[in-house]
Design a protein around this ligand. Structure first.
Ligand SMILES: *Cc1c(COP(=O)(O)O)cnc(C)c1O
Length: 369
């Protein structure tokens, strides 16, 4: 058995490369590829992931917040970085670090123009977000004239791209709604760009958009979850490889007789002579209480062992009765024999929340391609 020293999130760059090539193969060669690396690259390691994606040939990056973009710049990432959710308090830093803001409201647009004028910018690349039905961030159709007017009267900005975001691209039941969003995007973006002298990039597809609405790739796609190995669909998942694998180790094994109880609030009662193993991972690492009380389990030497009792802050207990194992053996929480989606589903959640929830105190170990 290879020995894990502690709880480790392995980040497999070979799997990332596989997923990148798979998603790339879905779209035309001249469509640009934006890699979403927000939230520590979906809970992994944004610098390692972005470096690999740059090597693979991604055209663009996106992060949610300015801090995340600065971290990439400080670590040598040179491709353009779109900041999806900036606040006006960070606009000077955006320009200092050559980051490109999403401008999603009149207030934000006016405020960025003021900063760009103050810092004497010319043709600074910005991205205009249109709301086509998600009703989260973005300009509505009646505001387009205002956007055009504001941008045409300042030399400081240049629209690098116009984009929108789909609300239900993974859900076939919402197909009509999605097609409606795509049509509205086509109309609104044309209204916005038709009088410009240059042609901004247009993009609306996220991962499930790339897979289910390939014809709506426009001139760029924005993929996040697919790069990390998840297709939001059990027919797509087999083509992708999860990048993250969460491993830990057995700290202690104890034998318990019938009637003994395990853990806080005595929430697991031993019904027959049992072997219970203790692992150094808990809800403070991102394995939430919801996974306890046998809702989910882990893999020990290839066999499933349920999590018993309540999940503690730094510890979970598993039932290893009948499993050939000893203290120091490796345990796989997810990845490998346990598809992370299955684990997430056992906790009533989705891949996105599981992987972005793995806390920073868990060691990240990069496995090169
Ligand atoms: C997070 C995000 C994405 C990536 O979506 P996936 O479903 O992970 O591919 C794309 N666009 C925007 C605006 C986002 O916030």
């Amino acid at each position: 058995m290879p020995e894990a020293k502690e709880t480790v999130l392995e980040i497999n760059l070979g799997n990332l490369a596989h997923n990148y090539r798979y998603l790339r193969s879905k779209i035309d060669k001249d469509v640009k590829f934006l890699s979403v690396v927000k939230a520590h690259a979906y809970g992994s390691d944004s610098v390692a992931i972005a470096k690999k994606l740059e090597e693979l040939g991604t055209d663009y990056f996106a992060v949610a917040y300015v801090e995340e973009g600065i971290r990439l710049r400080e670590n040598g990432i040179t491709k353009p970085i779109l900041v999806l959710h900036p606040q006006f308090t960070h606009f000077e830093e955006i320009i200092e670090h050559c980051l490109e803001p999403n401008l999603y409201s009149e207030k934000i647009l006016r405020s960025f123009i003021a900063t760009a004028e103050k810092l004497k910018q010319k043709n600074y690349p910005v991205h205009i977000k249109l709301n086509t039905g998600l009703n989260r961030l973005g300009f509505d159709q009646p505001e387009i004239e205002t956007v055009k007017e504001l941008i045409s009267t300042t030399p400081t900005l240049k629209i690098a791209s116009v984009f929108s975001h789909l609300a239900a691209s993974e859900d076939w039941q919402e197909r009509d709604f999605t097609v409606g969003q795509i049509d509205l995007f086509r109309k609104m973006s044309w209204e916005l760009i038709k009088d410009l002298e240059h042609e901004p990039l247009l993009h609306i597809c996220n991962t499930s958009g790339v897979i289910n609405y390939t014809k709506a790739a426009f001139s760029m796609v924005r993929t996040g979850i697919g790069l990390y190995g998840y297709g939001n669909d059990e027919t797509v998942d087999p083509y992708l490889k999860p990048v993250g694998k969460l491993k830990t180790i057995i700290s202690q094994i104890r034998k318990l007789d019938k009637g003994a109880t395990v853990g806080y609030n005595r929430s697991f009662k031993v019904e027959k002579p049992s072997r219970i193993a203790t692992l150094p991972v808990g809800h403070a690492d991102g394995i939430n209480r919801i996974y306890g009380k046998q809702k989910a389990g882990v893999f020990v030497n290839g066999e499933y062992a349920p999590i018993v009792g309540n999940v503690c802050m730094d510890i979970i207990m598993i039932d290893v009765t009948g499993i050939d194992c000893e203290e120091g053996d490796e345990v796989i929480v997810f990845g490998g024999p346990q598809h992370p989606v299955k684990f997430a589903e056992a906790g009533g959640t989705i891949s996105y929340e599981l992987i972005t929830g793995i806390q920073r105190r868990v060691t990240r170990k990069i496995i090169p391609e």
